[in-house]
Write a protein that binds this ligand. Structure first.
Ligand code: 5AD
Ligand code: SF4
Length: 433
């Protein structure tokens, strides 16, 4: 029996798909070599953060109707954030009656028993539970991102940014025990993983007794072995000098902070319920760069939040210039049912489109400028993969820049010194020294 998993959304979801694979493996399935073609179960792990993520999933699930009719015994399961959204499981069930199993974000560990139930009851099984308080799921994930390994440290979110649906579908914050996190990282490093990414919707909220995020990071960085550490996502309202101090003291922590600003305007930040000001954000970055001058800073930005004026949007543009971001994820605001911002006065689509175009042009110009400054320098890259189209290996430096190079020998999982001879957009090209 074979499985195929289709994943939408963030790194949290990518890691959860590894856990879905872990549950399926336990149930006797192996990964399908040809994707949907030779799979006996197809699982969609969905995202609901913006409308287009949902539309993607809807389109791809709908496209399976024919295959499902042709292939007797094929199981289709849909899980994750979209299923957890209020009323969505019912909509999915009505729109796609051929779905066999619908499971929410808290029902992943039960997938094996849901498959068994489906096979004995012979009708669609729906399981959308409330958040569990237990944080250890006991699942051994089938890791797919060697040499990187994702490690959850905190689940859920208590922040309720007014645009965001995450707190509704992921529940309240729950931290794992520090001992469990440290044991997992140690065993991953022993198993040969070279990059550990600590994950949480808001890593700064991590707490296990006296151990907050800075203390946890300090302890993880103290683990023996050659590996690097990344973490995401941080929240500017929780930014602490202690975190900067830990980053400064350990050179295995990547000099990269992903700090979502969302907007550069105080009225919009307040409407977003972000609980920091533009000035506080800029002060944080100034402190970070004072302590770690070459630290890369990336961000998330939303344009056309309800009621955003042209002048307020321009504050986001000027923030980009002042903060000098290395790169940014940029989004058009997407109303999510049940969130406060969805009830506010919306911005016309044409205005939103025009604004995102201007923002992308500005951010990309800065990213290109920073890439160009790499030419002639030597950077340490952790080789992640081989790009068959380019015929080159690729990997990232600690700042998160992608570097490509040629090699006779397979370099995946190795740290290599790369002399950069060319920069193209956000990508760097070089030779091993
Ligand atoms: N519309 C647009 N972007 C959103 N994000 C979260 N919710 C929305 C929404 N409703 C963005 C934020 C967040 C990132 C993960 O997704 O920028 O940091
Ligand atoms: Fe959403 Fe805000 Fe929580 Fe991030 S911090 S997951 S944007 S509510």
């Amino acid at each position: 029996m074979k499985y195929h998993i289709v994943t939408y959304g963030c790194q949290m979801n990518l890691h959860e798909s590894e856990k879905i694979a872990g549950v399926l493996k336990e149930a006797g399935y192996a990964e399908a070599a040809q994707g949907t073609e030779d799979a006996d179960i197809i699982v969609f792990n969905t995202c609901c953060i913006r409308e287009n993520a949902e539309n993607h999933a809807f389109g791809n699930i709908g496209a399976l109707k024919k295959l499902k009719r042709q292939k007797k015994g094929l199981l289709i399961a849909v899980g994750g954030c979209m299923v957890q959204e209020e009323g969505k499981a019912q909509i999915l069930k009505e729109k796609f009656p051929f779905i066999d199993i619908l499971f929410g974000t808290h029902d992943l560990p039960a997938l094996k028993s849901l498959i068994e139930r489906k096979q004995s009851e012979r009708r669609a099984v729906v399981s959308v539970s409330e958040a569990r308080s237990a944080v250890e799921d006991g699942i051994s994930p089938v890791r797919t991102s060697y040499p990187n390994a994702w490690v959850n440290i905190v689940y859920g979110c208590n922040n309720f940014c007014s645009y965001c649906i995450v707190p509704y579908v992921r529940g309240r914050e729950r931290s794992r025990r520090a001992d469990d996190v440290l044991a997992e990282v140690s065993s991953l490093v022993r198993a040969g993983y070279k990059e550990i990414t600590l994950l949480g919707q808001n890593v700064d909220s991590y707490r296990d007794g006296d151990v907050g995020f800075s203390e946890l990071l300090d302890q993880v960085a103290g683990i023996e072995g050659k590996f690097r550490i990344r973490f995401m996502t941080s929240h500017p309202k929780d930014f602490s000098p202690a975190l900067v101090d830990v980053m400064k003291r350990h050179n295995n922590i990547c000099k990269h902070l992903h700090l979502p600003a969302q907007s550069g305007n105080d009225r919009i930040l307040s409407l977003m319920n972000r609980r920091y000001t533009r000035q506080k954000y800029l002060d944080e970055i100034a402190l970070l760069k004072r302590e770690i001058p070459d630290c890369a800073v990336t961000t998330d930005l939303i344009v056309a939040f309800p009621t955003e004026t042209e002048a307020e949007f321009c504050d986001t543009l000027s923030l980009v210039k002042e903060a000098d971001f290395d790169s940014a994820f940029m989004f058009v605001y997407s109303p999510r049912k049940g969130t406060r911002a969805a009830e506010m006065e919306q911005i016309p689509e044409a205005v939103a489109k025009e604004r995102i175009g201007r923002l992308i042009a500005l951010v990309n110009a800065n990213t290109r400028k920073k890439s160009a400054a790499y030419v002639g320098k030597t950077v340490e890259i952790l080789c992640e993969d081989f790009d068959a189209k380019k015929g080159m290996y690729l990997g990232r430096d600690e700042y998160g820049r992608m570097g490509y190079f040629k090699s006779e020998k397979n370099r995946v999982g190795e740290f290599v010194s790369l002399r950069i001879r060319e920069a193209n957009g956000i990508s760097l090209y070089g030779e091993i020294e």
